[in-house]
Design a protein around this ligand. Structure first.
Ligand SMILES: C[S@@+](CC[C@H](N)C(=O)[O-])C[C@H]1O[C@@H](n2cnc3c(N)ncnc32)[C@H](O)[C@@H]1O
Length: 262
């Protein structure tokens, strides 16, 4: 989840999201978006210059993903994201694999999402509501095309190393692990925002983590998404691992499995 003090629903946004920005940020972003749409850059230089429009928060996210990825380089296993929405993290993780370990054909990147937003809300989820954070119809297919091409920017492009799993992650993670009993998880990133699927997915992956696995969280200690912390507390406990922060990224945190999971 990006940033919150107001719920916003704009014409080109399929569902409500929560942002912390003030009115000046909204105006500034609107102007930047207009400038982006008018950008006179030639197509041949477009992708080389995308950083031109990266806000500090987005750059912080890129750096955070890099920080997590570098820690799993010596660890066997795949990368999973629970709650991938528009797919930015999956795309970043795919590129990071291309940079750091272009020949690691086993470092699959797997994303789980309903693509229809929160399927249900429980009492632990504060003011969040069902259906928030949906995407547009057919978005999983669009994302698959982008990831396919992103993967081809790096070596071993003929081996598919990503998967998008659509549906309720509480169910689909169990099915995925049944289909793939060989799975070791080196990096799991949790951005489901809500209690029940976070709890279910943490419980499901627990036996697939190893010493050195990294488990990242988008909303720990976040008052608007209390369910994520409650789920971690119930499944792994809050005191067994150090819950670490990475400076440039305000809300996100992670643990490194470095002891028994109990
Ligand atoms: C805040 S968004 C994720 C944002 C994304 N990680 C990013 O960085 O842009 C939360 C996502 O969790 C998904 N989600 C929540 N509960 C889910 C569930 N039970 N199964 C699958 N996806 C779920 C929503 O559909 C939504 O896309």
């Amino acid at each position: 989840m990006e940033s919150m003090n107001q719920k916003t629903s704009q014409p080109n946004q399929p569902s409500q999201i929560i942002t912390w920005g003030d009115a000046t940020q909204t105006d500034r972003r609107k102007k930047l978006l207009e400038l982006f749409r008018q950008w006179p850059i030639p197509d041949s230089e477009f992708f080389l210059n995308l950083g031109m429009f990266l806000a500090p928060q987005t750059l912080g996210r890129v750096l955070f993903m890099d920080h997590l990825y570098r820690q799993i380089l010596p660890i066997q296993g795949i990368v999973v994201e629970f709650g991938c929405r528009w797919g930015q993290n999956l795309s970043l993780l795919t590129s990071l694999r291309g940079i750091y370990e272009p020949f690691n054909r086993l470092r699959k990147v797997v994303g789980f999402d309903t693509f229809e937003g929160f399927p249900q809300i429980s009492g632990q989820d504060g003011a969040l509501s069902q259906g928030m954070y949906s995407t547009t119809p057919g978005y999983a297919r669009f994302m698959a095309q982008v990831l396919e091409l992103q993967e081809q920017e790096s070596p071993l492009a003929h081996i598919k190393k990503h998967e998008i799993v659509q549906g309720d992650a509480s169910v689909t993670i169990r099915e995925y692990l049944e289909r793939n009993p060989q799975t070791i998880i080196a990096l799991a990133y949790f951005d489901l925002d809500i209690y029940q699927p976070t709890r279910d997915c943490l419980s499901s992956i627990r036996d697939h983590l190893t010493q050195g696995s990294v488990v990242g969280f988008d909303e720990l200690n976040e008052q608007v998404c209390p369910g994520e912390t409650v789920a971690l507390k119930e499944v792994l406990g809050l005191s067994r691992f150090s819950i670490r922060r990475f400076g440039p990224s305000a809300r996100t945190s992670y643990i490194v499995v470095d002891g028994p999971l109990g």
